[in-house]
Write a protein that binds this ligand. Structure first.
Ligand code: F0G
Length: 355
């Protein structure tokens, strides 16, 4: 049997690319090192000679890409002697903040939009021991409040305005280039607060400038049509979408994202909830990948722009979160055969199987 050493977590794996010192205590759950999966069925749907991959970041320790940023943000907070962190969240940031804060022996306060956080994410924050404040208002309102609180109280803000978050998240771009041997031609990514697209671009540029890739990808950002401030070019006061993770109307990293679009010659588009669910189902049924609806926006987006993609392109779609995060969405949106109330009798069961 081949013996593989354990993946050490992304700070150790990419330490020379990250703002850490010998004094930084590394708070890790061995995040990163996630699979880059070839998507055969989606590839066929594109109908050209292209190569489509998914960066499956739902396989991080708390089930989303937020762990990449949180290992850095919490390690640096610990280094600075901080005892408590705070964030606003549509769910995944709060799960990651809570887990890493515990690992670093800190308190975590999380503000969430009451009633709009998927069950799995809420369960995580509860189990990891976060101090949860559900507010009557959406993510944008919660973010304003935590920014203000972090300015006045001894708590460190760990939303993506914390620069260490993006530093950690940029390692996903490094991993993609390390796997493919070069950058892809296109990166398709869901956008909410637009931190992740900015982090990926930073990572791709750093590798390119160091001569580790020969090209830079076009950054294709996708938002849910009902929550698409970056596509429409204006703040949305009542964002709506089934993809609650990206139910954001006033992205805090707006300016950064617009720069990414310009520098990379990319494009931002909206995808409807129907398109998101269609892609979500395809991923599960045809590719064996269970992601959360916000993540499926990257695939929905690729299917939408497929005619613009030239032959021989390499495309990476980022799957930001695990499907288990949102069991209600799965139960309400599938084409499964589910027969219940079957008698425990061999013949009856066989008959129900169609034999
Ligand atoms: N996908 C998932 C699963 C997310 O949870 C988020 C953001 C995004 C995509 C968008 O990333 O904000 O960097 O553009 N979730 C945040 C949260 C807002 O609170 O968990 P972004």
């Amino acid at each position: 049997m081949t013996y593989f050493k354990q993946w050490p977590g992304l700070i150790k794996a990419y330490e020379k690319w990250l703002p850490i010192t010998l004094k930084t205590p590394i708070i890790t759950l061995q995040e990163g090192g996630t699979p880059l999966l070839a998507l055969k069925y989606i590839n066929e749907l594109i109908g050209k000679n292209v190569k489509v991959y998914a960066k499956y970041d739902g396989l991080n320790p708390t089930g989303s890409f937020k762990d990449r940023g949180m290992t850095m943000a919490i390690s640096k907070a610990k280094e600075a002697g901080c005892k408590a962190v705070i964030c606003a969240s549509t769910g995944n940031t709060s799960a990651a903040a809570a887990a890493y804060a515990k690992k670093g022996d800190m308190r975590s306060f999380v503000l969430i939009p009451d009633g709009y956080v998927a069950q799995g994410k809420l369960a995580q924050a509860l189990v990891y021991g976060a101090e949860i404040l559900a507010i009557k208002g959406n993510f944008d309102k919660a973010l304003k409040i935590v920014q203000e609180l972090a300015n006045n109280l001894p708590v460190t803000l760990v939303n993506s305005v914390n620069p260490y978050r993006l530093e950690g998240q940029k390692t996903a771009a490094f991993e993609i280039v390390d796997s493919l041997g070069d950058a892809p031609d296109y990166l398709c990514i869901p956008m909410g607060n637009a931190g992740n697209i900015s982090a990926y671009w930073m990572g791709f540029k750093e590798y390119f400038n160091a001569g580790l890739s020969k090209k830079l990808p076009k950054m294709m950002g996708f938002q849910a049509a009902g929550s698409a401030p970056l596509v429409l070019g204006k703040t949305i006061s009542n964002p709506e979408t089934i993809a609650t993770a990206i139910r954001i109307g006033n992205p805090v990293n707006k300016e950064k994202a617009l720069t990414v679009k310009k520098e990379s010659d990319g494009k931002f588009s909206g995808v409807t909830d129907n398109e998101i669910i269609k892609a979500y189902k395809i991923l599960g049924k045809e590719e064996g990948i269970f992601c959360e609806p916000a993540s499926a926006a990257s695939i929905a987006g690729l299917l939408k722009i497929k005619d613009e993609i030239p032959n021989n392109s390499t495309i990476v779609c980022v799957l930001t979160g695990n499907g288990l995060k949102d069991p209600d969405c799965a139960i309400n949106n599938n084409d499964a055969l589910f027969k219940s109330g079957i008698e425990p009798d061999i013949e009856i069961v066989a008959k129900s199987m169609g034999f």
